[in-house]
Write a protein that binds this ligand. Structure first.
Ligand SMILES: Nc1ncnc2c1ncn2[C@@H]1O[C@H](COP(=O)(O)OP(=O)(O)OP(=O)(O)O)[C@@H](O)[C@H]1O
Ligand SMILES: CCCC(=O)O
Length: 349
């Protein structure tokens, strides 16, 4: 009998939805938001817009809600958690709405999923949320006792990609040493050792700047900026990065500007690539040298310009695997399918 799993994945520039029959994809759609809608608060505005788009897309797809047997939602900035599949419960919904570890579009997914699940008397789950925390104690320490680094990242895609890279190397995930760079609306760069992301950067607060995230900033200048901008967190996590330079999240458009001779676009893209390479190289310290592989993934990797420039900057030392786009939808679906077929136990939040 068919078991349709609805997958809901709100990212920083769009909401991706899909329906899987078991592990076979039968429908997928990317629902885009206008630039001005992306500036709206997550609750209730964006949540209502995104939920409305999802319900309309489902109706248009011809898939009936009674065909659904479970929902898989991307998990947002919840509490620090170990990797796995979690049943969505009231505490998770509360934490997602409150933005326990900050706001992120994915916080809307568990709320939308639990409402659609309730209306259809089925269960909803999340898999490897943003707040998966496997960071080593030695990676969390900073030069100020009261400031501790935390683990917020594109965990879902990066762990799936690291597993794929390990399998291409003929190794298990647990034995392979891998760096994964996810380049999307936000970016994350992570070091995978013994099956764990022992250190990582997320462009909301550290590492390379991304399409809409500021990345690492000089501390004194950031302190001055924060004193003069009440909305500085919005600048760091939403209107920073390439967006702060060009007021667009469309990387192809910025590449076109550079190709047309816009000098500012040339230099900022050079800085974008340089920073990604710089932070990838910094993670060699985790392994005491080159890892077994470097896997580069995310929507921006669809850009030939970015791929070529980045590979040139990285030199010849890495064994590189490119995974343009993301594998979040299939990872969400297969995690939930493992649970509903009894092959894995759902974790309680
Ligand atoms: N062919 C392409 N060339 C250049 N850039 C592209 C291309 N396709 C997508 N992008 C860029 O990729 C970015 C979106 O990537 P992705 O879909 O991974 O992000 P997201 O899911 O919205 O956010 P996040 O990855 O932070 O969760 C956009 O900024 C878009 O401009
Ligand atoms: C916070 C990690 C996920 C993202 O940056 O989009």
């Amino acid at each position: 009998m068919s078991c349709y799993i609805l997958v809901i994945n709100p990212g920083s520039t769009s909401t991706k939805i899909a329906v899987f029959d078991g592990e076979r994809e039968v429908f997928r759609k990317t629902l885009t938001l206008q630039e001005n809608q992306l500036d709206l608060p997550l609750f209730p505005e964006q949540y209502l817009i995104r939920k409305g788009q999802i319900l309309r897309a489902l109706v248009d797809s011809g898939i009936e809600s009674k065909q659904l047997c479970a929902i898989a939602a991307r998990g947002g900035r919840l509490k620090p958690l170990s990797s796995g599949v979690y049943r969505i419960n009231d505490q998770m919904l509360k934490d997602a709405r409150a933005g326990l570890q900050g706001v992120h579009p994915a916080n809307t997914a568990v709320v939308i999923a639990s409402e659609i699940a309730f209306e259809n008397s089925i269960e909803a789950f999340t898999v490897d949320p943003i707040s998966v925390d496997e960071m080593a104690d030695w990676a969390k320490i900073t030069g100020i006792r009261d400031i501790t680094r935390n683990s917020l990242s594109h965990a879902l895609n990066m762990k799936a990609i690291a597993r794929r890279a390990a399998s291409q190397l003929g190794k298990s995930y647990e034995e392979a040493k891998i760096i994964v760079a996810h380049l999307g609306g936000g970016s994350s760069v992570s070091a995978h050792l013994q099956g764990k992301m022992v250190d990582l950067y997320n462009s909301d607060k550290e590492g390379p700047f991304a399409v809409e995230r500021a990345g690492a900033l000089p501390t004194h200048e950031l302190a001055d900026f924060a004193r003069s901008h009440d909305d500085y967190l919005h600048h760091l996590a939403h209107v920073g990065g390439l967006y702060s330079h060009f007021q667009t999240r469309d990387v192809e458009k910025i590449v076109e500007m550079a190709r047309a001779g816009d000098n500012r676009a040339v230099v900022v893209l050079q800085a974008y690539i340089y920073n990604i390479a710089k932070y990838i190289f910094s993670l060699l310290a985790v392994f005491g040298g080159y890892p077994d592989a470097l896997a580069i993934t995310g929507g921006v990797v669809k850009s030939e310009f970015v791929r070529t420039a980045l590979l040139e900057k990285l030199g010849k030392g890495f064994r590189v695997f490119l995974f343009p786009g993301e594998f979040e939808m299939e990872s969400l679906a297969s995690g939930v399918y493992r649970v509903i077929t009894g092959r894995e136990k759902a974790l309680e939040y």
